[in-house]
Design a protein around this ligand. Structure first.
Ligand code: ZN
Length: 78
């Protein structure tokens, strides 16, 4: 890939470390690439995180984050 300007001033080729994260070999700074569907980030909550929020909001359907009641209850009980 083309060289990248690290925030610490290094002109480097970043090293892929998985999970859409890249590391500067000079200083170890980690860069993550956001999902382009960032606006939908609420729906990318894990079912477990969503279940916690759902429960703490009194099982309000506004806090289901795209999951079903059954999925959230199952996650809470895992
Ligand atoms: Zn760097």
């Amino acid at each position: 890939m083309a060289s990248f300007s690290c925030i610490n001033g290094h002109e480097v080729d970043l090293i892929s470390i998985g999970d859409n994260e890249w590391e500067c070999p000079e200083c170890g700074e980690i860069y993550g690439y956001e999902d382009p569907d960032d606006e939908d980030s609420e729906e990318s909550l894990s079912v477990w995180d969503a279940a916690d929020i759902y429960a703490s909001n009194g099982f309000d359907e506004d806090y289901q984050f795209g999951y079903t009641h059954e999925e959230l209850m199952k996650a809470l009980n895992d």
